[in-house]
Design a protein around this ligand. Structure first.
Ligand SMILES: CC(C)(COP(=O)(O)OP(=O)(O)OC[C@H]1O[C@@H](n2cnc3c(N)ncnc32)[C@H](O)[C@@H]1OP(=O)(O)O)[C@@H](O)C(=O)NCCC(=O)NCCS
Length: 370
């Protein structure tokens, strides 16, 4: 009878032997195994057959991200191709899912066709190549699998997906998805994306073309007939922190002031308040969609402002349509539609800048054109 259990220090000699057999080019020492087990730096799991070790997996969880990293994984040579690897892998994936990890990632020697074919057949995708990765200077393929998906059998993914066509139009692309969902005709989406950007840009935020501001996006949505409400944690013109040049700041202030006054004239509700998860749940429950500004730091360690469209929520995840394909080139558009973000990670990512501006443009169907 085989069982999968956490390793103990007594397993270390057998683990090191198995490791040396499987990875002669870059093997972990007994000392490393002891450290992993003793200090809890990693989870070491073993596949045990009545006291003899058939295989093992070393897992690292990054607290701050949604990534589970499989640091090492092997089945004893004489025991391969009997389904042991599949069983151990499935178990590790389930554990990572329970930790709310969105992805499982690992490195495999680039010329190890056996292991590559094993992982490819189990849904892992190549997302990169690391040259000179192992001790013998050989390269590694970086493999990744998405572990969570929106349960589209329970609820169809109704909000359509669009990829932004420029690096600075995440806000407009998010708005276009909402417009499409609420039945607003899009005759030329690419042009409309640029039109929306022209109306909603802060002009100077970020280097290069400026991203969109919350007031501008709300104004552009209202202009097209949508029902709009804006939640914003700070009053007045925002997103000015990173703009050091005074004349640029003045332009940004002027343009946002014009948006704020236009929203006032149009009686678009602007709540100067934080936007809480309970409010988000309530808005989604009422059939609305929400565009929010997030910092991508939680996902890629770069502090970039990024607008995404929130499409659903459940006890564990906030689901977003992420218009950006740059950060996640290995993901298909289908995977970026209703992308699950663990709630605690979303809470950390929601907000931007040193003042943690939190902005949410809540959208519903308003007046449709004739
Ligand atoms: C990759 C590995 C874990 C697979 O373990 P396993 O117990 O043989 O896996 P399973 O029996 O569950 O599945 C075997 C499947 O892997 C693939 N595979 C394994 N060996 C293969 C080979 N020589 N050629 C082609 N495909 C192969 C096939 O899909 C095979 O399925 P099949 O037998 O139905 O054709 C094992 O080969 C191993 O330990 N390799 C060395 C360590 C390693 O490279 N680890 C990955 C990096 S951390």
């Amino acid at each position: 009878m085989t069982m999968i259990r956490l390793a103990s220090l007594a397993d270390v000699p057998a683990l090191a032997t198995l490791e040396a057999q499987s990875f002669p080019y870059d093997a972990l020492s007994e000392r490393s195994f002891r450290r992993f087990i003793k200090l809890g730096e990693a989870e070491v799991w073993v596949l045990d057959n009545q006291g003899s070790l058939l295989g093992y997996a070393i897992m690292l969880y990054r607290q701050a991200t949604k990534l589970a990293r499989m640091y090492s994984f092997a089945i004893e040579q004489s025991q391969r191709r009997q389904g042991h690897g599949s069983r151990l892998l499935t178990h590790m994936e389930r554990l990572a899912q329970r930790e709310h990890s969105l992805f499982m990632r690992l490195e495999v020697k680039a010329d190890d066709n056996e292991a590559l074919s094993f992982f490819h057949q189990r849904g892992y995708q190549d997302i990169g190549l690391k040259n000179d990765y192992f001790d013998d200077h050989s390269a590694a393929c970086v493999l990744q699998k998405q572990l969570h998906f929106f349960d589209s059998e329970r609820l169809p993914r109704q909000v359509p997906y669009l990829t932004q066509t420029t690096p600075f139009t995440c806000g407009p692309a998010s708005l276009l998805m909402a417009m499409k969902y609420f039945g607003y005709p899009l005759h030329n989406p690419e042009l409309e994306e640029l039109e929306l950007w022209r109306e909603a840009t802060t002009i100077y935020m970020t280097s290069g073309h400026g991203g969109c501001g919350p007031h501008g996006l709300a104004r552009a949505a209202h202009k097209r007939g949508m029902a709009v409400e804006l939640w914003i944690s700070q009053p007045g013109p925002v997103l000015l922190d990173s703009v050091r040049n005074n004349s640029k700041r003045e332009v940004m202030i002027k343009i946002q002031q014009a948006d704020i006054e236009a929203l006032e004239r149009a009686r678009v509700p602007v709540h100067v308040s934080d936007y809480y998860m309970t409010q988000l749940e309530q808005d989604l429950e009422q059939g609305k969609l929400v565009i929010t500004l997030i910092s991508t730091y939680q996902f890629d360690q770069f502090k970039a402002p990024h607008w995404v469209l929130i499409t659903a929520i459940d006890d564990d995840f906030v689901y977003i349509n992420d218009p950006d394909e740059d950060d996640t080139p290995w993901q298909s558009p289908a995977a970026r539609q209703y992308l699950p973000i663990p709630r605690e990670i979303f809470s950390r990512a929601f907000g931007y800048g040193s003042k943690r501006l939190r902005a949410a443009v809540v959208l519903g169907q308003g007046m449709l054109p004739d």
